[in-house]
Every structure is written in C-alpha cells, then in structure tokens.
Design a binder for this molecule. Structure first.
Ligand SMILES: NC(=O)c1ccc[n+]([C@@H]2O[C@H](COP(=O)([O-])OP(=O)(O)OC[C@H]3O[C@@H](n4cnc5c(N)ncnc54)[C@H](OP(=O)(O)O)[C@@H]3O)[C@@H](O)[C@H]2O)c1
Length: 190
C-alpha cells in the first residue's frame, strides 16, 4: 500500500498524481470516489440546515468535493483505468440522493448534500453509458448510516459494514451491473 495525500478540489494535485501512478503501475484497476462533505463541514451549525438555511456558497463548497471532485478524478484516471482488464469505478453515494427511494427522506436531509448525491448518481449513469461497450463498470455504493465523523458517530453501522458494498462493486464480475446504485445487495430507485 502507498498512501498519498490528495485534495479532490485541487486539479494540480490530481494532474500530478496520475502520471505517478502511470509510471509506477502502468494501469489502474479500481477507483473508489469516497471523499464526501456536507454543509456543516464548512459552516458550524448544530444540525443539518433546512433548505431555507442553505446558501449558494454551501452548494459550491459541497459540490466541489461530492460532484466536481469525482468528475476530476474520473477524467484524470480514465486513461489508466481503460488500460486495466476489468476496470471498476465506485462512487460512494447516499440513499439521501435517491429521490424515489422509500426511507430516503426520513428526518431532515440537507438539500445541498442530498442533491449533490443525486447529481453524483446521474453522472454515474452518464459515464456508464459512454463505457457500456467496454469492460469498465461504474456504479454507486450507498453505505447506509455508518458511525463516522460525518454524523458525529451517530450511525448504526460499522465502517466495515458500510464499506462492504463498495468492495463488492469494486470487484464485480464481467456480467455484473453498471450505471446502478446499490445499498448492500439492493438496487436503489432514482
Ligand atoms: N457516514 C454515513 O452514514 C454515510 C451515509 C451515506 C453516505 N456516506 C458517504 O460516505 C463517504 C465517506 O463518508 P464518511 O462517513 O466516512 O465520512 P468522514 O469520516 O467524514 O470521511 C469523509 C472523508 O472525505 C475526505 N475528504 C473530504 N474533503 C476532501 C477533499 N477535498 N479531498 C479529499 N478527501 C476529502 C475526508 O478526508 P479528511 O479526513 O482528510 O478531511 C474523509 O476522509 C462520503 O462520500 C459520504 O457522503 C456516508
């Protein structure tokens, strides 16, 4: 394992990393886009804000990581992914992003965060369509409510349980799905 520090909002850092991976490995088998933020990452608030409490700057800050960061990473690493035999991209999303999914709107979801994951699900489908004729598969992994810093450790699942769906989608067989969103083995509605 070779950890590197990378800010997905920093195009220069991403552009510098891709050639390093190319030089050292020649290809990339799996890209997991896990980085994610919420409005309260940037603004000290007790609870997730109501829609009327969110500002355009909240969209800009959260979309920079949750949406644009993913596009930056995919576009930078696609040349290396397409050199792998069975490339897999996993976008870590949330049930909150699935407008039609039962249970997705329980409690007070953040408009900015939820819509960023809706956008992420949409771009997952768009990339999947472009690469449908190849061995590349790209899917969304919703980890469920996991106890992490993200929710002040209020989640009910362990990180291992939450990561299982991403691992499964990162190692899908050739006849596995693409352009879909899963929580565990269940495909989520839009
Ligand atoms: N926890 C849940 O219940 C839950 C539910 C549904 C979906 N998710 C999704 O799961 C993913 C992981 O979240 P988590 O629960 O593990 O939260 P977390 O503990 O807050 O982890 C978020 C991670 O994103 C990284 N990150 C934030 N901004 C970044 C940037 N600009 N560049 C690179 N990395 C950045 C953070 O790095 P630093 O620590 O260095 O800041 C941290 O490692 C997110 O996409 C989140 O939306 C979580």
């Amino acid at each position: 394992m070779r950890p590197v520090v990378l800010d997905v909002t920093n195009q220069e850092q991403i552009d510098a990393l891709a050639p390093e991976v190319a030089a050292d490995f020649g290809h990339l088998n799996v890209l997991v886009n896990n980085a994610g933020v919420n409005t309260i990452t940037f603004r000290p608030l007790e609870n997730l804000p109501k829609p009327t409490e969110e500002h355009v700057d909240d969209f800009k800050n959260v979309y920079e990581v949750n949406v644009f960061g993913v596009v930056r990473m995919i576009n930078a690493f696609l040349p290396l992914l397409t050199k792998a035999d069975a490339p897999r991209i996993v976008n870590v999303t949330s049930k909150r992003g699935s407008i039609g999914e039962e249970g997705a709107w329980v409690g007070q979801p953040s408009m900015v965060y939820s819509s960023s994951k809706t956008a992420l699900n949409a771009l997952t489908v768009h990339y999947a369509r472009e690469f449908a004729h190849t061995t590349l598969k790209i899917n969304g992994a919703a980890p469920g409510h996991v106890a992490t810093e993200f929710n002040n450790f209020r989640g009910t699942r362990t990180p291992d349980e939450g990561a299982a769906v991403a691992v499964r989608l990162a190692t899908l067989p050739a006849d596995g799905p693409t352009g879909a969103v899963f929580e565990d083995d269940t495909q989520l509605a839009w």
